[in-house]
Design a protein around this ligand. Structure first.
Ligand SMILES: [Zn+2]
Length: 472
């Protein structure tokens, strides 16, 4: 390592250190700086894609003093921006910065350009320690060259990105797009004559928004329908476009699916936590593996497969059946492409409601009286009218009334009556689910009766360890 060039004006004394010592101190600090990588960031919530960032230092052990990505803060801002974009789309993936390493002894690459990508990769794989090469992350090498931008590689070589000092706020996210198999929106090489995504319309790096509009719809942007404008915006502001470099943020459904598919395929080396996908609309019978292409149908099936510990359960937007068993593993749950709601568990039987509109006039009349008694908070009268309703009701209307009677007796502490009505329902209802649930409730009432009896007995008997005439 060459000593630092003499400072042009005398360095001011730092504390008790004289100027002559300052150079040595700076050198020592530089060496320390070079040796110790910044501590790893905790894994973000979601499905974390691992990024290992490395700076090629110059022969004096320094990073470039100027540029778009020469400080740790600028690295972290790129990661944060990428995660904001992913969160905006409720995408499950997140960028996980695992380290920032300063690489000494490789100053031949300090001014490397994006054209050096393959040479750097082959050298790094041959000398993993020197290059801090990782086989379990995307290796992002940052050079001091301000004459170039960035370049990633595609699968299956999607483990390297070269980044120079002339980049946009969204460049790391854009490059991770390539790593996850996304092409530019202006690509013309795909099998579909574009970027392999039919939901990104024709684009060119040099086009204005109106030119995109004219080419695709023969109209200026201002004359388009809302749906057409969205299609133009989707390429004009797309992360994978060459427009609006600092402000790109849009990702189409097709692009999001390609990213998920690639990350799922590369999960064994690329991801800090592996995703388990559940998608009731996309599953294939007998081919449920929890991967992106072959998701589970239900949360319950994922639980049954025993695959959720330390994984991220990714629920496709929509409604999911509530699992019957509890998720007891250490598992994050994230929605994908919109809100995912889990349907509340409903008992497995059906009973009629709105008995006040029953076609049975006597039942209807009794139920209206129950409702009036409820309004007047007359619990005893309400039960009397329910008993009357039960005498007039039939079939499932009668089941509904019996269940109500059992519940009201239970809740008013009349457990013998509650047990009797639950048992009647368990014996005579036509639906197995209702019979089973009523039997359980009858048993619960019986257990409560026994518990109260025991409690009563204990209160009546003298407690054995409590003398009747305690001496004080
Ligand atoms: Zn690109």
């Amino acid at each position: 390592m060459k000593p630092l060039a003499p400072l042009k004006r005398p360095a001011r004394t730092i504390g008790l250190v004289r100027p002559a010592q300052t150079t040595r101190l700076l050198l020592a600090l530089a060496a320390l700086f070079a040796a110790s990588p910044a501590p790893a960031d905790p894994a973000p919530f979601g499905v974390p894609v691992r990024l290992s960032v490395k700076f090629f230092l110059n022969a004096s052990g320094n990073r470039p003093a100027t540029g778009d990505i020469n400080t740790d803060e600028e690295v972290r801002a790129q990661v944060a921006r990428g995660n904001q974009i992913l969160a905006t789309w409720t995408h499950e993936l997140r960028l996980h910065l695992v380290e920032i390493v300063n690489l000494s002894g490789l100053s031949q690459w300090y001014l490397a350009t994006t054209d050096d990508r393959d040479a750097i990769r082959s050298n790094a794989i041959a000398n993993p320690t020197t290059y801090a090469w990782r086989s379990d992350a995307v290796n992002i090498y940052i050079t001091g060259n301000s004459g170039c931008s960035a370049r990633a590689d595609f699968p299956p070589d999607n483990n390297i990105v070269i980044v120079c000092q002339s980049i946009f706020n969204t460049t790391i996210m854009h490059e991770i797009g390539h790593i996850l198999n996304l092409y530019h929106t202006h690509e013309t090489a795909g099998s579909d004559g574009g970027d392999e995504c039919s939901d990104t319309i024709k684009d060119h790096p040099d086009w204005t928004r109106d030119q995109i509009s004219y080419t695709n719809f023969s109209l200026p942007y201002a004359s388009l329908s809302a749906a057409q404008k969205y299609q133009v915006d989707m390429v004009w502001s797309n992360v994978m476009s060459y427009h609006n470099g600092d402000y790109r943020w849009m990702l189409s459904d097709c692009q999001q699916n390609r990213m998920s598919g690639q990350a799922s395929a590369d999960q064994s080396w690329l991801l800090t936590k592996r995703p388990i996908y559940v998608d009731p609309a996309r599953w294939i019978p007998f081919l449920e593996f929890g991967t992106f292409p072959l998701p589970y149908q239900t949360i319950q099936k994922a639980i049954n497969a025993g695959v959720l510990n330390n994984r991220v359960l990714v629920l496709q937007a929509g409604t999911h059946a509530e699992p019957a068993s509890v998720l007891s593993t250490s598992t994050d749950v994230v929605p994908r492409q919109g809100a995912a709601t889990i349907r509340d568990f409903k008992p497995n039987y059906d009973l009629p409601c709105n008995l006040e509109e029953s076609p049975n006039p006597k039942l209807r009349d009794a139920i209206l009286r129950v409702q009036l008694a409820d309004q007047q908070r007359d619990k005893k009268a309400a039960i009397e009218y329910l008993l009357e309703a039960e005498r007039h009701a039939a079939a499932r209307e009668r089941d509904a009334v019996r269940l109500e009677l059992a519940q009201r007796y239970r809740d008013s502490g009349q457990l013998e009556e509650a047990e009797a009505w639950f048992n009647k329902l368990a014996a005579e209802a036509d639906q197995p689910g209702l019979r089973e649930r009523s039997r359980n409730k009858a048993n619960d009432a019986r257990a409560e009766i026994e518990r109260r009896k025991q409690q009563q007995q204990q209160q009546n008997e003298p407690e054995p360890d409590n003398p009747q005439n305690p001496t004080r």
